[in-house]
Design a protein around this ligand. Sequence first.
Ligand code: DAH
Length: 331
Amino acid sequence: MLADIEAKERAALEALSALTDPNALDAWKSTYLGPQGALREFMQGLKSVSKELKPAVGARLNQCKSALEAAFDERKNNLGEVVKGPAIDVTEPGVALPQGCRHVIARTIEEIVDVFARMGFAIADGPELEDEWHNFNALNIPAGHPARGPADNFYLGGAAAGKLLLRTQTSTVQIRAMESQKPPLKVIAIGRVYRPDTHDATHYSMFHQVEGLCIDRGVSMVDLKTTLVQFAKSFFGPEAEVRMRPSFFPFTEPSAELDMKMRIKGEWKWVELGGCGMVDPNVLSAVGIDPEEWTGFAFGLGIERVAMRRYGITDIRLLFENDARFLRQFA
Ligand code: DAH
């Protein structure tokens, strides 16, 4: 009988270590340790063992029982660890992480730059924090001009220190470009401008402009209009048109308001996009360019306006609230 116990114990331990499915553990336990299990059978067989051998066989059976129980507990722990945590099915498709996209204004800027670059315009740049010279004086906006009032500008540090302000127009970069480069000159500048407007569907205290400046000998209004027509056709499509209405800006003479015909929801409509004109001789003189020798044209367009009309966006605030659900529509 001792040999039978020995053999059964070995078989039980082998079967146990071959188990990989934690659900099969219970079946193993009832086969060997259960009420109708192998060990129980040996216990019952103990009755027919002779008196002399009984203690030894009994002791061996107890030892076998403890060994099997210990082995069972250990195996259960090991297998349990394998299945701890969520099971990973490597054939499942992965969870897609949310993806960002280019902002509609950034994309519009990219397209505008692209069109003007093809027409030979270089990129010029200037600071958003400006002095009065670049934002006003050099642009023929003299001291005392109503556009310089504190209600229309973000001055820094109150009236006494009112020498710096957040630029209200990218026309400041015209001055910076002419101060740093000699004519002929053909640049665009893109950037943010700031005005203390109350936010509503069409006003925001910060927005973007694209500024254009071309200085050369014999530049005329025809060159200005040609440039803007070319831009309109490249940007909006071959049917696009440009219209100029007489207007006034201190830094251009003559000045015009610029309209472009845009396709809005399938229909062509005139949309006001900004200002333009021939650079005022006073502006050229302010930066040391001889107005007798050089002439130039300039224009400044609102980028939000272009984007909003183009995509049918009716509230400018949507552009700056950064709701990904809104912005993703234009990706
Ligand atoms: N700076 C003007 C504005 O912000 C727009 C403008 C008008 C720019 C005429 C120009 C220009 O360059 O020639 O309202």
